[in-house]
Design a protein around this ligand. Structure first.
Ligand SMILES: CC(C)(COP(=O)(O)OP(=O)(O)OC[C@H]1O[C@@H](n2cnc3c(N)ncnc32)[C@H](O)[C@@H]1OP(=O)(O)O)[C@@H](O)C(=O)NCCC(=O)NCCS
Length: 348
């Protein structure tokens, strides 16, 4: 066996068991082992429950594409672990084969899937300890995202553009100043927004500041910018001794559409995509949004995308008219959003 052994995890669809094994092995072994996975009848994506359980442990699966189990793949491996596809897996002399009897997570409730992933986790640890005796494997027990040093989630680290049925979302650039000014300069637009720049220069200075660009997405319809979104990543509240684990775990969201394009569900479509970006892309645990209670289209939008009203504050927000008005805050947790997505309840 080479210094960097190659391990192949194979199941039927390469969407559940073998993905969990591959991801866990990669987490523990890093570049000390080359880890592959494949399926005898590759599925179309990762089993959502397995993806959720791995996400709970800080492991993303967005980059996984089910792969066909074929002769060439098996031939290039040192160790082949089958999980329900044993009889279809080619056998070559000189390789180590093992068959792991595991429950198929397909159609199983999330608690059962957690148990299956625990089982896979224990077997992966044992296998790696045998293959690389000096490999430091974290102690028994679930590895969570808290065990990983958390780097600040950044929009620029994701893949762009993001396309929805009718729209394209992408990070804002300085070239978007004039198209966003077209609607941001309208009184109708800025009635309830935090800022109301008095001039194009003022808008340009704020919009092109690196910290603004880093949290702004623009929404395109055809080739036209019709709105923009804000994803401002923040720390969660935490006791000081665990504050490290609350860094960059949530975001405050904001939105605005050119009034010419309101009333067609574009904001709903864009914000639904933004939630996916926050929870699947940035792996945040919670998002919030606030508005004046009088900004009915804005809080109706929050409710349409499934956000929960958490605060109604009486006369806590100063409007530029000089009046102290009521304010509202809505929020949504990653697991609430995943449950909605799983039931396809993403719009009302
Ligand atoms: C907040 C804001 C983005 C909401 O825009 P919106 O057009 O109401 O929201 P959508 O684009 O999702 O459209 C929803 C409306 O279109 C209708 N609609 C039509 N087709 C639709 C579809 N396919 N899907 C969903 N809604 C659809 C909905 O019924 C809804 O109308 P209703 O509120 O009269 O029932 C917009 O008012 C805005 O930009 N305001 C100015 C900036 C601002 O205040 N920002 C927020 C600061 S806190």
């Amino acid at each position: 066996m080479s210094d960097t052994p190659t391990v192949l995890f194979a199941c039927i669809h390469n969407s559940g068991r073998s993905v969990a094994a591959q991801k866990l092995a990669q987490r523990y072994a890093g570049d000390r082992v080359r880890v592959l996975s494949a399926g005898s009848e590759p599925g179309s994506g990762v089993n959502p429950a397995v993806a959720e359980v791995l996400a709970e442990r800080g492991i993303g699966t967005d980059d996984h594409t089910p792969t066909l189990l074929d002769y060439d793949l098996v031939e290039g491996c040192d160790v082949v672990i089958t999980m329900g596809c044993g009889e279809t897996c080619p056998v070559f002399p000189g390789k180590r084969y093992e068959d792991w009897e595991l429950t198929d997570p397909k159609g199983q409730p999330i608690d059962v899937v957690r148990g299956i992933v625990d089982d896979i986790d224990a077997r992966v640890r044992t296998l790696l300890a045998e293959l690389i005796p000096d490999l430091p494997i974290p102690p028994e027990g679930r590895v969570t995202s808290a065990d990983q040093p958390r780097s600040e989630p950044r929009l620029s680290a994701l893949e762009w553009p993001v396309r929805t049925e009718r729209l394209v979302l992408r990070p804002a650039t300085p070239a978007d100043v004039s198209s966003t000014w077209e609607y941001r300069s309208l009184r109708e637009f800025s009635e309830w927004t935090t800022r109301s720049p008095a001039s194009l220069d003022e808008h340009t200075a704020h919009f092109t500041a690196p910290e603004s660009l880093a949290k702004t997405l623009v929404v395109e319809l055809g080739s036209r910018v019709i709105g923009d979104l804000m994803v401002s990543v923040q720390d969660g509240w935490a006791q000081t001794d665990v504050a490290d684990q609350a860094r960059g775990v949530q975001a405050e969201l904001g939105w605005g559409l050119d009034p010419e394009h309101t009333g067609h569900g574009y904001a709903t479509e864009a914000v639904q995509a933004m939630l996916r970006i926050c929870f699947d892309g940035l792996r945040l645990r919670r998002v919030t949004a606030s508005c004046f209670a009088d900004n009915v289209p804005s809080w109706r939008l929050m409710e349409r995308v499934g956000m929960r009203r958490e605060e109604y504050a009486v006369r806590d927000s100063l409007h530029r008219s000089g009046a102290w008005l009521d304010g509202m805050t809505y929020a949504l947790l990653a697991d609430e959003w995943r449950a909605r997505v799983a039931t396809n309840d993403t719009s009302r």
